[in-house]
Design a protein around this ligand. Structure first.
Ligand SMILES: CC(C)(COP(=O)(O)OP(=O)(O)OC[C@H]1O[C@@H](n2cnc3c(N)ncnc32)[C@H](O)[C@@H]1OP(=O)(O)O)[C@@H](O)C(=O)NCCC(=O)NCCS
Length: 141
């Protein structure tokens, strides 16, 4: 199925995504707060219905956080999640001038670590990067 990738997400759509994958609900102020700092990649069907999302935020120089990777159950396993993740990483790469090292943090849900490893992240804790839950991806210049 073809999707359009857009850069907007309403608070209502965010709540819808969380419910669809049985995550704890966000309060209305929490869902609204995403608009303060997050950037979004949202896959939509040809009718504009949301199918998958990811969001990220960072300091524009050294450090980024990727969160809320969600693909609706009916679209999972079709490559959409990886497409969204790579869209976010491409945007992060484009935002920082070349020649600068950036670290992207991501808290993997239990059991999802191998998924992120496939997408270039390194599982922590590890010897080089030390303790820390989740995974990090260092984008070399
Ligand atoms: C995790 C999630 C975003 C993945 O999206 P998706 O569109 O289903 O994944 P993709 O189709 O892009 O998967 C691509 C590859 O990862 C693999 N993969 C998917 N889940 C995996 C897992 N838990 N462990 C290892 N590999 C996994 C797929 O088999 C596929 O492999 P292939 O490319 O070799 O065929 C989606 O399953 C989801 O929304 N889950 C519920 C919410 C959630 O847990 N989000 C993650 C929070 S950290």
């Amino acid at each position: 199925m073809d999707f359009n990738i857009t850069d907007t997400l309403t608070p209502q759509e965010y709540s819808f995504f969380r419910k669809a994958v049985e995550w704890l609900p966000a309060t209305a102020p929490q869902a609204q707060a995403l608009q303060n700092s997050s950037k979004f990649a949202v896959a939509r069907t040809h009718t504009g219905q949301p199918a998958g999302m990811v969001r990220w935020f960072g300091d524009g120089g050294m450090l980024y956080v990727i969160a809320d990777m969600i693909v609706l159950p009916e679209y999972q396993g079709t490559g959409l999640g990886s497409c969204l993740l790579q869209t976010a990483l491409a945007a992060i790469r484009a935002e920082v001038p070349t020649g600068q090292r950036r670290t992207v943090y991501l808290m993997a849900a239990e059991g999802k670590e191998p998924y992120y490893e496939k997408n270039g992240f390194v599982i922590r804790p590890n010897t080089a990067q030390g303790l820390g839950a989740g995974c990090t991806l260092v984008i070399e210049p």
